[in-house]
Ligand binder design. Structure first.
Ligand SMILES: Cc1cc2nc3c(=O)[nH]c(=O)nc-3n(C[C@H](O)[C@H](O)[C@H](O)COP(=O)(O)O)c2cc1C
Length: 426
């Protein structure tokens, strides 16, 4: 019986444990989590989502405060076109976040950064070019382009000195999206170094329709992509993601030719994950009925989350002067429209609730949007219940090694901690 450790992910001329921990913004996949994956010989992702806010928390910078001050005059104006990112400051924040992570790296693995194209930041091309370039300047090992088709992303950085030595990968959910991307980059003579195929059971945003995601299945999409790669004689590692909960699930993909697997949900309940302890306990407690896919994300993509997520129904004022990561090229965001509609419908403009969209920047930043993978309801089976009723938080090393070495669909429980940590029950 094979284990994940019997396989290796080959990137360039090096080999890695074929486990990637997926990017989880905003700072849910922390540097600490990514660094553990790299230390153990795999690949960890940080995320550049809301990087200025992440930098402020980590390094006491004042990017958000300064931006808020600059655009304070616009807070009551629902036209946000004026709220622009200063590209130099965006680059500075990215370099701080990425650079400090790279400096701390130990072991034989790699650190990648997850860059979502849907963070359009009121100037999609310019801000994306800045984000990608700054990450490469700061020595990132690789960039995973996600949440969007990224058809023009390679072109944006083609003159960067590290364009050919940084590992560049994309996330797709269909063979069609892959074909479009490959066609687009064919002119640059620069193929992606890896392709992550994300199926419908993943956490975060989904690359499927809100009404038809159930009809898709990761194994089928992987088979289609493998067939296409063979037909085109392309030798690029294809990495399966979404709903891979045990080492045996992973082996099922590796035996069929996947180069590796990308996993995330099981790491949301580790010490290294950036979510507050009480949110980790919510994830542990969740039952299958508590996990929903809805359309509240202003990106237009369906998103999976716990149905008790505080972000749903919240009618807070749009926080674009401070954040503004989802403003499109015209300075608009779907939440602003929904919020305005509710304000206009309310006689006194107070106690606003907005159910169809959510202010994703503010809520992700405050860990109030509890996005999660489909199998979150199985997390309780991966640990011990403690005397106070809370669940024991795991270490990233434990979860990583469970994926790496387990067989027979087994999940190894950690050594039992005798006393509940005071924060766990909060
Ligand atoms: C809490 C959470 C947040 C996520 N955030 C992002 C993100 O910011 N960008 C992204 O590309 N994928 C995101 N994902 C998707 C993961 O990177 C990964 O591909 C997927 O969840 C793997 O499936 P699994 O969670 O079933 O293991 C997120 C997943 C989770 C669970």
């Amino acid at each position: 019986m094979k284990r994940v450790d019997d396989f290796r992910l080959r990137l360039g001329n090096k080999e890695y444990v074929p486990i990637m921990i997926g990017g989880m913004g905003v700072d849910i996949s922390t540097s600490e989590l990514a660094l553990e994956a790299a230390r153990l010989g795999g690949i960890g992702h940080i995320s550049d989502a809301m990087v200025q806010d992440v930098s402020d928390r980590k390094f006491d910078t004042t990017f958000v405060k300064d931006k808020t001050k600059l655009y304070k005059f616009n807070i009551n104006n629902m036209n946000k076109a004026v709220v622009q990112f200063d590209l130099d400051r965006l680059a500075e924040a990215t370099r701080l976040h990425v650079g400090s992570t790279m400096e701390a790296k130990k072991g034989d693995g790699l650190i990648f950064v997850n860059c979502m194209e849907k963070l359009t930041m009121n100037a999609p091309k310019e801000t994306l070019r800045t984000r990608l370039s700054a990450a490469m300047d700061a020595g990132i090992d690789g960039i995973t382009m996600s949440a969007g088709l990224h058809l023009g992303s390679f072109e944006l950085i083609k003159d960067h000195p590290r364009f050919r030595d940084t590992k560049l990968g994309i996330i797709v959910s269909s063979v069609r999206a892959l074909q479009l991307f490959l066609k687009k980059v064919s002119r640059l003579n620069r193929l992606p170094d890896y392709i992550i195929v994300e199926g419908p059971l993943a956490g975060g945003h989904l690359g499927f329709g809100i009404d038809d995601w159930q009809q898709y299945d990761l194994h089928t999409i992987m088979d289609e992509i493998h067939a296409y790669m063979r037909e085109q004689q392309l030798d690029i590692p294809v990495i399966a993601a979404g709903g891979i909960f045990t080492g045996s699930d992973a082996v099922g993909f590796l035996e069929k030719g996947a180069g590796g697997v990308q996993v995330a949900t099981r790491f949301t309940v580790t010490h290294e994950c950036g979510m507050p302890e009480h949110v980790k306990q919510e994830y542990f407690r969740a039952s299958e009925e508590d996990i929903i896919v809805n359309g509240v994300s202003p990106t237009g993509y369906p998103m999976r989350m716990l149905k008790s997520t505080p972000a749903i129904g919240s009618g807070i004022r749009p926080g674009c002067e401070s954040y503004g990561y989802l403003l499109d090229a015209t300075g608009n965001c779907a939440y602003i429209n929904s919020y305005n509609r509710e304000v206009q419908a309310s006689p006194d403009g107070k106690n606003i609730s907005v159910f169809d969209k959510t202010c994703l920047c503010t809520h992700m930043r405050n860990f109030n949007c509890w996005t999660c993978g489909h199998f979150t309801y199985r997390l309780k089976d991966t640990t011990h219940r403690l005397a106070d009723g809370s669940y024991q938080i795991l270490s990233a090393q434990h979860v990583f090694e469970d994926y790496q070495f387990s067989v027979n669909n087994e999940i190894a429980l950690p050594p039992k901690q005798e006393v509940a940590s005071p924060s766990a029950a909060a």
